[in-house]
Design a protein around this ligand. Structure first.
Ligand SMILES: [Zn+2]
Length: 265
């Protein structure tokens, strides 16, 4: 490469020099017609011509020197460029490795976040199940027989029947129909031993004729929490639970229909 460029430079400079000689020594009209054979020879050339020739040789030499310097510069630039490229390649390799490591870390974080989300979902489901469980309504006794319905007439009542009678063996556990707070316990005349539970929406349930009371006022209860036992206290002919449902603590409604509405029956 170096040799080729310097050779071409030498030829180019030589050619220009030769044309310059022709134009200086002959008129333009004859120069075009005659054969240009100008070969400088030692001893035969005129002193002025030799001087010019020497100057041109110096110019050629200077050009060669310049070309060599440019080549050296180009070579240096190429080396620097190569080193720069290698540095960039190493840097990119490092960045690539770092990116892969970060990617792996992010994948682990994502997996962790997914596990956490799943645990949170399970906790939320459990919470909802507990809420549903707490909002559930249940029948207050098991192994019962309904012996008097709401609104029925009878000798024992001064007016129509205000509740629902569940006949069951004396001592059968009586559970709260739903979650709420015990708001009254004790003797209630014709109702005998009575427990009143006030539920979250203000609805009251009355449990009457109990043989025993097993909760105190202010106590929280859930669906099915035992509040007492079936008895025959108060105005009754035999052991049974008299259940009343009073929305907002007001007038009684049909407990059977209410329990059906709440999905307990
Ligand atoms: Zn009754």
């Amino acid at each position: 490469m170096f040799v080729t460029i310097t050779a071409l430079l030498a030829v180019a400079v030589g050619a220009v020099g030769a044309v310059g000689v022709l134009q200086e020594e002959q008129p333009a009209s004859t120069a075009a017609m005659s054969t240009p054979v100008v070969i400088p020879q030692r001893g035969r050339a005129a002193p002025a011509y030799r001087e010019k020739f020497v100057r041109r040789a110096e110019v050629v030499e200077a050009s060669r020197g310049y070309a060599r310097a440019r080549l050296r510069e180009a070579a240096t630039e190429a080396t620097l460029a190569q080193r720069g490229a290698e540095r960039r390649a190493r840097s990119l390799e490092r960045l690539s490795a770092a990116a892969e490591a970060r990617g792996a870390e992010l994948r682990r974080e994502l997996a962790r976040a997914r596990r956490q989300a799943e645990r949170a979902r399970q906790r939320e489901l459990a919470r909802q199940r507990r809420i549903e469980e707490m909002n559930r309504w249940v029948v207050p006794v098991s192994n019962y027989e309904i012996t008097a319905t709401f609104g029925a007439g009878g000798d024992l009542w001064s007016s129509d029947h205000t509740g629902l009678d569940f006949a069951a063996a004396e001592g059968t556990p009586v559970g709260s129909t739903a979650s709420g707070e015990v708001t009254s316990t004790g003797w209630a005349g014709a109702y005998g031993n009575q427990v009143v539970v006030t539920h979250d929406d203000g609805t009251q349930t009355w449990y009457c004729h109990l043989s025993s009371i097993q909760v105190s006022s202010g106590e929280s209860v859930g669906p099915g929490t035992t509040i007492g036992a079936v008895g025959a206290t108060g105005n009754t002919t035999g052991p049974h639970l008299h259940l009343e449902v009073r929305p907002g603590g007001g007038s009684p409604v049909d407990p059977y229909a209410y329990l059906q509405e709440q999905g307990a029956l």
